[in-house]
Write a protein that binds this ligand. Structure first.
Ligand SMILES: C[S@@+](CC[C@H](N)C(=O)[O-])C[C@H]1O[C@@H](n2cnc3c(N)ncnc32)[C@H](O)[C@@H]1O
Length: 213
């Protein structure tokens, strides 16, 4: 995979990130757009989804990322791999999630991953964080009943905040007894996860399911 040198962070509240993305015709993007969909929010270089898509052939994968050069490169890599069930979309998830999910076929969203979102440590930057009540509301609206949200972070205060957003939402329930999962249930680790594991950082992980009724 080609490594790009790009900005580490962008401010998602900047005006240029408030416009909704041009959503594609999903019938042209995926070989079968009616398959269950896995949405990865903040997919960065897309390596996690690329490996997932190589392993799992009966699910469509969609990565959304705010840094456009990463998206261009990730789609080139997807093309080189010849995968017809993987796509990367440039966009600010906070200003575009409804537009994106509305454009997809109904009842396809089954899995959502939010992995190592930018922490924006300073309180004055908290509105830049990805997981907010509006995002959780929209996921609740579009996920199929029983649909899964997997979150992980090595920043305890952020993971706790995200956990609270989902566990206090009437449409979601934690799928495990303890607050945090001991291990990652997914077969592929993200770039940031590998970075954290190598440094022996504690990783906070949780899985929520959308309630059936
Ligand atoms: C710390 S990185 C983690 C990347 C990857 N998920 C991982 O675990 O390796 C967070 C990613 O989220 C992206 N991001 C931040 N805010 C975003 C937003 N509002 N919409 C879409 N992507 C966003 C960043 O550009 C960055 O690529």
């Amino acid at each position: 995979m080609v490594k790009l040198r790009i900005r580490q962070h962008v401010n998602p509240l900047a005006r240029k990130y408030q416009t909704s993305p041009n959503t594609p015709d999903w019938n042209l993007v995926y070989l079968n757009s009616q398959r269950p969909l896995h949405l990865d929010i903040g997919c960065a270089r897309g390596e996690f989804l690329l490996e997932m898509a190589k392993l799992i052939l009966d699910v469509n994968f969609l990565g959304v990322e705010i840094r456009s050069p990463l998206v261009v490169n990730a789609n080139l890599e997807r093309d080189r791999s010849g995968l017809t069930h993987l796509h990367y979309l440039y966009g600010n998830i906070n200003s575009s999630i409804e537009t994106i999910l509305k454009s997809l076929p109904a009842q396809v969203l089954q899995y959502v991953t939010i992995q190592f979102p930018d922490p924006w440590f300073k309180n004055k930057h908290r509105k830049r964080r990805v997981v907010r009540s509006e995002l959780v509301d929209t996921l609740a609206k579009y996920l199929v009943p029983g649909g899964i949200v997997f979150i992980q972070s090595d920043v305890e205060f952020l993971a706790t905040q995200i956990h609270h957003c989902f566990s206090s939402h009437p449409s979601f329930q934690l799928t495990h007894k303890n607050t945090w999962l001991g291990t990652n249930p997914l077969p592929v680790s993200t770039e940031r996860e590998i970075y954290s594991m190598v440094r022996n950082k504690t990783i906070y992980r949780a899985v929520f399911a959308k309630k059936i009724s």
